[in-house]
Design a protein around this ligand. Structure first.
Ligand code: PGA
Length: 234
């Protein structure tokens, strides 16, 4: 079971250090789930430094497919590896919707990151309009079909309508989507979309939910730790 925090564009380096020092104290001696935090690029070094010697991993929120080159504003897998970063989120719906990442971009980012030795959390999920028009499975099939199974690949099912909205997928919706993704690719599938301490036990207790990608609730030490504990208890 993997509980990963997607911090999005929150926390400066000094805020990251304070958070990570508090998290390592709060989770001292804790095991039972894999825990990762994914701060902004500028806070990665602070997170790696503050979490050194713990089992809490540090991931990035994106990664480019080339190892270097004329790609203004991008960061490569070898650059992340040298910092001590373990992996990266790829294809988050905010990248797809706001920054134009296509399925092919997601595939290239994923492949390059895995080849460079990073772990990848590749995000997939349908919008509300796609769900309402019965396209959920077609969208998931299209997004997953560009990915290949790999021992360091995890898929995050994140229905776009559940991200940051307080609307969580119900247990049946979650189970059907996870079951469908499992028919497409043989890698663990974690859930993301308004995961909170209050709903974590129910969601993480579902048979084919192998962890959570947590946005808003990962920004607070206590609520993130509570979700990790809920994962360890199932
Ligand atoms: P949320 O975000 O938990 O704030 O809904 C999840 C995500 O975007 O990964």
């Amino acid at each position: 079971m993997l509980i990963a925090g997607n911090w999005k564009m929150y926390k400066t380096a000094s805020e990251t250090e304070a958070f990570c020092v508090a998290l390592r104290e709060r989770l001292a001696g804790f095991d039972g789930v894999d825990v990762a935090v994914c701060p902004p690029f500028t806070s990665l070094a602070a997170a790696v430094g503050s979490l050194a010697g713990t089992d809490i991993a540090v991931g990035a929120q994106n990664v480019h497919w080339e190892s270097e080159g004329a790609f203004t504003g991008e960061v490569s897998a070898p650059m992340l590896r040298e910092l001590g970063v373990y992996g990266a989120i790829v294809g988050h719906s905010e990248r797809r919707q706001l920054f134009g990442d296509t399925d092919e971009d997601v595939a290239r980012r994923t492949r390059a990151a895995l080849d460079a030795g990073l772990s990848v959390i590749a995000c997939v999920g349908e919008t509300e309009a796609e769900r309402e028009s019965g396209e959920t499975e077609a969208v998931l099939r299209r997004q997953v079909s560009v990915l290949e199974p790999h021992e360091n690949l995890v898929i995050a099912y994140e229905p776009v309508w559940a991200i940051g909205t307080g609307k969580t997928a119900t247990a049946p919706i979650c189970q059907i989507a996870h079951g469908f993704i499992h028919t497409l690719i043989d890698v663990p599938v974690i859930y993301g979309g308004s995961v909170k301490p209050e709903n974590a036990a129910e969601l993480l207790g579902l048979a084919n939910v192998e962890g959570a990608l947590v946005g808003g609730a990962s920004l607070d030490v206590e609520s993130f730790a509570a979700i990790c504990e809920a994962g360890a208890a199932v």
